[in-house]
Design a protein around this ligand. Structure first.
Ligand SMILES: NC(=O)c1ccc[n+]([C@@H]2O[C@H](COP(=O)([O-])OP(=O)(O)OC[C@H]3O[C@@H](n4cnc5c(N)ncnc54)[C@H](O)[C@@H]3O)[C@@H](O)[C@H]2O)c1
Length: 113
């Protein structure tokens, strides 16, 4: 409609060769990083799916961070998180903030990173 072309590359951000090549070619001013396995129930089905979720989400995010650091240090990053990381099912927001301020134990119990 605008006449502008939006490029598309489809690949795995855990694959550094793919990500770094795409990053270098596009040289982004900002990255909106939504590329994760997002389902907490899926991550808790069994060991295999828990390991996949952690590996995919942590390595993918690390690759995005290193792509910014090494290839475009002034690039902005928008990363969406969830209150589930802070124990949203175990109390209200005030309690979550208290827990987060009080130490890492509650954070370590979160089902996804
Ligand atoms: N949808 C929500 O309401 C909501 C709320 C809070 C946080 N979030 C967070 O936002 C992020 C995206 O959520 P969503 O609802 O858009 O999820 P979604 O499942 O609809 O989309 C995620 C996309 O990421 C892709 N992806 C996963 N791993 C990838 C990888 N290694 N390389 C490339 N692509 C990969 C998937 O193929 C999928 O297309 C997640 O981190 C999620 O936790 C979502």
């Amino acid at each position: 409609m605008s006449g502008k072309h939006i490029g598309l590359r489809i690949g795995d951000i855990c694959d550094w060769e793919f990500l770094s090549e795409a990053f270098s070619a596009f040289s982004p001013d900002a990255v909106v990083h939504f590329g994760e396995q997002r389902s907490a129930p899926y991550s808790m089905i069994d060991r295999q799916r828990a390991v996949f979720t952690q590996t995919n989400n942590v390595v993918g995010t690390l690759n995005v961070l290193f792509a910014i650091k090494e290839l475009k240090p002034d690039c902005h990053l928008v990363k969406l998180g969830t209150m589930g990381e802070y124990g949203a099912r175990r109390g209200g927001v005030g309690k979550q903030v208290e827990r987060a301020a009080g130490g890492g134990r509650e954070l370590a119990a979160a089902p996804t990173h």
